[in-house]
Design a protein around this ligand. Sequence first.
Ligand SMILES: C[S@@+](CC[C@H](N)C(=O)[O-])C[C@H]1O[C@@H](n2cnc3c(N)ncnc32)[C@H](O)[C@@H]1O
Length: 409
Amino acid sequence: MYQIKFLKTPTISLTTPIKTKSKPASTTQSKNTSYNSAYNLSTTLTITNDLGERWFYGHTTLLLEIRLHMNNEVMKVNSKSSYKIIKTAECEWDAGLMAVNVSCPLKTSELPLGKGYITVFVKVKDLTGVIDELNYEDENISNQVFVKETVREKLSYFNIAKDHDKLTSYENKFTDLVFLNTISDFMKIPAKISEFPMRCDRKALRLINDPQISSEYVILYEELSGTIARHLWDAGIFLNLLPISTILDYTGFKASDKLDILELGTGIGLGGIRLAQVFPKAKILVTDLDDAKVICEDNIKLNDTNKADRVRFRELDWESPVKTLYQSWDLILVTDCIYNPLYYDWLINVMKVEALAKTKVLFLHKFREPVSECEFFPKVREWFELEKQWWWRLNDGILVHVGLYSKKT
Ligand SMILES: C[S@@+](CC[C@H](N)C(=O)[O-])C[C@H]1O[C@@H](n2cnc3c(N)ncnc32)[C@H](O)[C@@H]1O
């Protein structure tokens, strides 16, 4: 799973008109040239994993669309009728790159002063043209595999090596490389030339699932600089990419159930917002540190899940947990929350305090530091029974685990 990210906020500045077809010196690979351009849009892009410490090692072409919107309604950001593409640009990404600068000249006539908003949308131009240098050699390897398993009662503890051997192919949909598209935040076009340069906020918009394919999609604000709580993590994205029927199958609930759901460590809110789509009658409380509150509440509104208090944010710090929220939770969701061993006991303590005998705990985790992360699972199994589990192996060999737990009685 790779994310296309803006490393520098897209900026449009005034330039000396370009009269020849030559490329600006500091710019890489913009294939678009135009005459008499008066503006220049520039940004820096990268393709990384969620943590941002591993870059896509392969070749692909990124396509930028510069979109003109007449209003800044975020929900319509990907509805074709709500924008006009005023320019496209391409840039090549090659194995070994960590960032690529993009620059795109714009003519005065293309940027109607004082009217409308601009967004920059970036995606992989053509997935069939992607070469993944790390996995290209062995075409027989099924890159991503997925297994569903019912756990026998007495399995003593979570054991990667043992379960890893049992991986079998489950769903073809996950065999492709996945690249998440990015859209910049809206930039209002200034009325006067003197107001340039203009740049977007340090925020990006992400569409998880393609709204042109699926009527249920989540759209999220994410911070470009991103503290841990304010950007997207892979396990949450996996949950979102699963079809509703699969999530119902995993949890054992019906879509019509009136569930009370708690999410711990929600970050920017993806998990809770997704579950609101899966369970339209559920009430969902998403929790995190205060740091996540503003962006998470923005995202709850963005997806219309604030209506009738379907999804609410509440600050909950595992380190100083409340006695209990006094709610009879049917489901507790935790995605990608065991990246720091210092938190394990605190997190398990909150799970213990909040779970009742009937509560299911859906726990998704992408392994990054398997040795330390594996310490979490024997600990959690002192208090919780692992009922079912599913595995994914990503194309770089990284494992994602989905476990369904219930509290030991
Ligand atoms: C890696 S992020 C995962 C976010 C989200 N669940 C996702 O999958 O995108 C871990 C989350 O745990 C939260 N967290 C870390 N320590 C916490 C604590 N002591 N109490 C509550 N939340 C905490 C962080 O703020 C962060 O949002």
